[in-house]
Ligand binder design. Structure first.
Ligand code: 3HC
Length: 302
């Protein structure tokens, strides 16, 4: 069954090589997913060799984990490791790429710069995708000679586990690019939904409302441990603060900032979250013992 709003799948173009820009945790999860499900070469790139090596190293760790769990055999593990490579030379690596996704720092200027660099090296038919959490895909594409090839491809953490994929149609996206995005999503075995190019799309707007309510009650004086435990009887897969840690304080803060800028009367940025991000904290819990405990250093910031 064709997803709502998806163009005719006969318009989709083949994807035989994938590029991933940015070699952070999200990017390395994406690289493995594309290699595993599309079974095509995937090239990971970043701004320096150390980052590229770290990204490829993380892909190898994930493959070793799949092997350990018996999810893939030794042959497939070897094949996957061979499919995912790193490179600093985008011009060569992406000269025959059909689909390149960026997962770099969440800043419009940085992402526009990445797309401009990509447009100069990828083939004319290549799709440029962004995994942005909340930024306008239309604006990101606006400076390109061929903005019709740009789509939003927004995954959810952990990428290998969560089935949802938001596909964002920018104002300029054409049917062939969108059809290709849906075809790729199907091969990735994701459940894709077409969403409007609106601040934080659909899911992050809802999640930010939820997280904003929890953080708001903490900002107003509720003890963080109490707020974190209060929803446990609802049977959510993880507590609000665990979810905030999984998303990453900086990303959550960024999404809240985007939504606050777009809808100042509807979304606030939590001063406590701002303090956590300013302090450079990436986690809310210490995971030393079997059971994670709220980090006293974070508690001291609240
Ligand atoms: N990274 C990678 N894989 C992970 C992981 C992580 N951080 N945490 C868990 N997993 C894997 C496990 O390895 C396991 O895989 P397996 O089946 O191959 O063994 C699988 O997930 C299930 O894990 P567990 O059995 O240990 O634990 P749970 O059943 O409690 O599931 C969970 C863990 C899937 C993370 C679940 O708690 C969950 O769904 N939480 C909500 C996550 C969520 O809402 N994510 C969306 C965040 S918003 C977002 O990402 C958008 C962005 O723009 C901000």
């Amino acid at each position: 069954k064709r997803p709502v709003g998806a163009p005719d799948r006969s318009l989709a173009r083949p994807v035989t090589k994938v590029g991933v820009v940015g070699a952070g945790l999200m990017a390395s999860q994406l690289a493995l997913l594309f290699a595993r499900r599309l079974e095509v070469p995937v090239v990971l790139t970043d701004i320096d060799q150390a980052r590229v090596d770290k990204g490829v190293g993380h892909v190898h760790e994930q493959i070793d984990m799949l092997l350990l769990k018996g999810r893939v055999g030794q042959d497939q593990a070897n094949r996957l490791k061979a499919l995912v490579t790193g490179s600093l030379d985008k011009a060569t690596a992406f000269a025959d790429a059909d689909f390149v996704i960026e997962a770099v720092f969440e800043e419009m200027g940085v992402k526009q710069q990445v797309f401009a660099e990509l447009e100069a090296v990828v083939p004319e038919h290549a799709i440029l995708a962004t995994n942005t959490s909340s930024l306008s895909v239309t604006e990101m594409a606006s400076r390109l000679a061929h903005p019709e090839r740009v789509v939003g491809f927004h995954f959810f953490n952990p990428v290998a586990v969560l089935p949802l994929l938001e596909i964002v149609r920018a104002e300029q996206t054409d049917d062939a690019s969108l059809a290709t995005a849906f075809a790729v999503s199907k091969k990735l075995k994701k459940t894709s939904v077409l969403v409007k190019d609106a601040p934080a799309f659909v899911v992050n707007r809802i999640l930010t409302r939820f997280m904003g309510s929890v953080l708001g009650s903490i900002d107003e004086g509720t003890d963080i441990a109490t707020a974190d435990r209060a929803l446990a009887p609802l049977g959510l897969p993880m507590s609000p603060i665990q979810l905030l840690e999984l998303v990453g304080p900086a990303v959550a803060h960024h999404v809240a900032g985007t939504l606050h800028a777009a809808f100042p009367d509807r979304f606030a940025v939590s001063p406590n979250l701002t303090r956590v991000v300013t302090a450079g904290k990436r986690a809310f819990y210490v995971h030393d013992s079997g059971r994670p405990e709220l980090d006293p250093e974070v508690l001291a910031l609240f």
